[in-house]
Design a protein around this ligand. Structure first.
Ligand SMILES: [Zn+2]
Length: 162
């Protein structure tokens, strides 16, 4: 694999694991290249067959390949994962279909560190929303104070001239 192909792949997957979503900066390293159709099952060493993924997901997926059965593995860019898997408020993933269940089970996407990782991300996202709201509220109150001060100054100015 050429360096430019590797960079293009990392970009295509937004520097995250295609399966579990952890980022390079979460693990402090570049991730691995999975052959979606394993080489041992006739998969080509070509970019269309590459999934950028973390070491753990790569290990768990292994040489799984059941393309023509109900137990086929979903592809993170080809299939619409949102219709098969949903993230719950506690960080657990829940399957919405049989394929979703196979996806979660095979890749062990409800492994404890991932559940914690997703849960913490949810808390962080919620905290950011709250922070934005509070900043807007503070800015609104600040403007309100400024306008009241201006009005007060106007009234005081009026008294002095009276
Ligand atoms: Zn992963």
């Amino acid at each position: 694999m050429r360096q430019d192909q590797r960079i293009a792949l990392r970009k295509r997957f937004a520097f995250r694991c295609g399966y579990c979503g952890v980022r390079e900066r979460d693990v402090g390293a570049e991730l691995t290249i999975d052959h979606f159709q394993p080489g041992s099952k006739g998969g080509a060493h070509e970019s269309e067959n590459w999934v950028y993924c973390c070491h753990a997901c790569n290990e768990f997926k292994g040489d799984y390949w059941q393309p023509n059965s109900a137990r086929r593995l979903l592809h993170p860019h080809v299939d619409n994962l949102a219709s098969h898997v949903i993230e719950q408020n506690d960080g657990n993933l829940r399957a919405l279909s049989e394929s979703g269940q196979i996806y979660i089970d095979r890749l062990q996407l409800n492994r404890t560190p991932l559940i914690e990782h997703r849960y913490k991300r949810q808390l962080r996202d919620a905290a950011q929303v709250e922070e934005r709201y509070l900043l807007e509220e503070a800015s609104r109150l600040d403007k309100d104070i400024q306008s009241k001060k201006a009005k007060l100054d106007e009234m005081r100015g009026g008294e002095e001239h009276a």
